[in-house]
Design a protein around this ligand. Structure first.
Ligand code: AR6
Length: 175
């Protein structure tokens, strides 16, 4: 069983085995959490991403999938890059967003990672409403199989933290 924990903070400061990145298909960096991970982690992460583009993912990493690189100078061993869907009010892309969490955990499991830090994939630049993003993230991770001991959601602001706390509380009532 994977234990779910919530912390308010910056994902680049988490001492975990693997940090999940909300990347884009190019794997070559961007803003938001992706920008922060590359800045703090240093050029080794981008070098690994370029190697992936030159080999397995010549056309980019598809939405809903995940792939690992070094974590460079971050206090973690690996970064697991996943690509969330851009939110669309006229189309239900929840399954693709759930796939990001499942695939990231599967990759973490393959690596032997026991502790994994997640950002709220798609809930920033990609526009997914926070309460729905929290529901999908938490139900998917709670239902996942594998040997990851801790899935730590790292919430960047108070509103995200409170949303996760209330959704998690509704999922797992005390007692
Ligand atoms: N630690 C934890 N959470 C963070 C941090 C941080 N250092 N920085 C931002 N967040 P976003 P997306 C939160 O936009 O919506 C990039 O350009 C943020 O408040 O990073 O999946 C990529 O290259 C929000 O709640 O990711 C893609 O092009 C959450 O992380 C695109 O953005 C996700 O916001 C992906 O957009």
């Amino acid at each position: 069983m994977t234990r779910i924990t919530l912390v308010r903070g910056d994902i680049t400061e988490q001492q975990v085995d693997a940090v999940v990145n909300a990347a884009n298909s190019s794997l070559l960096g961007g803003g938001g959490v992706d920008g922060a991970i590359h800045r703090r982690g240093g050029p080794e992460i981008l070098a690994d991403c370029r190697r992936l583009r030159a080999s397995r993912y010549g056309r980019g990493l598809p939405t809903g999938r995940a792939v690992a690189t070094t974590a460079g100078r971050l206090p973690a061993r690996w970064v697991i890059h996943t690509v969330g869907p851009v939110y669309r009010p006229d189309e239900d892309l929840s399954e693709l967003l759930a796939s990001c969490y499942r695939e990231s955990l599967r990759v973490a499991d393959e690596l032997g990672a026991r502790t994994v830090a997640f950002p709220v994939v798609s809930a920033g630049i990609y526009g997914w409403p926070m309460d729905d993003a929290a529901r999908i993230a938490l139900t998917t991770v709670a239902g996942a199989a594998g040997a990851v001991a801790e899935a730590r959601f790292v919430l960047f602001d108070e509103e995200a933290f409170e949303t996760f706390r209330s959704v998690l509380g509704a999922l797992a009532p005390e007692g």
